[in-house]
Write a new protein. Structure first.
Length: 154
């Protein structure tokens, strides 16, 4: 059962070897069970950081928590698979068509019943304050490919 927001320490920083878990739809997998970059549609970004691609922190969860109703908006994802990538594998220095360079990093945004909930955020690589910026389409597409290659079954 996932830990709730009151059972975790939100001040604990991420470390490069910490794994991030994400549930993946069977429709995003090939016949070998690997993520297909051109079918990896669940990675999306909006104007608000809270709606960046969600993941669960290994420090406060186990892979099965990604499929649990408490961490899945109450929905049944039992037929989905859980994949993981380490914080250190998140892409950096992804260049947009207009020359801006983006970095990706995790941000812990716990939910009431899913304390491990986090997102893969983005900012301009030159921004030491790491202010969230929704990346342009070509950067999002490049990120999807890099994540599809980096994610491994958890």
């Amino acid at each position: 059962m996932p830990l709730g927001i009151h059972e975790i320490d939100t001040t604990v920083p991420f470390t490069p070897p910490e794994r991030l878990y994400r549930r993946i739809s069977p429709l995003e997998l090939d016949e070998l069970g690997e993520i297909t970059p051109d079918q990896f549609e669940s990675i999306s970004f909006k104007k608000e950081q809270e709606s960046a691609p969600s993941v669960l922190r290994e420090r406060f969860s186990v892979p099965a928590d990604a499929l649990h109703r408490d961490c899945a908006d109450g929905k049944d994802f039992s037929s989905w698979r859980v994949f993981a990538i380490t914080v250190g594998q998140l892409p950096t220095a992804v260049t947009s068509m207009d020359g801006r360079v983006f970095d990706f990093f995790p941000v812990h945004i716990p939910l009431q019943v899913c304390g491990a909930h986090s997102v893969i955020s983005s900012c301009l690589a030159s921004d030491t304050a790491r202010k969230y910026i929704c990346p342009p389409r070509n950067v999002r597409n490049d990120l999807r490919t890099k994540l599809a290659i980096g994610f491994r079954p958890a």
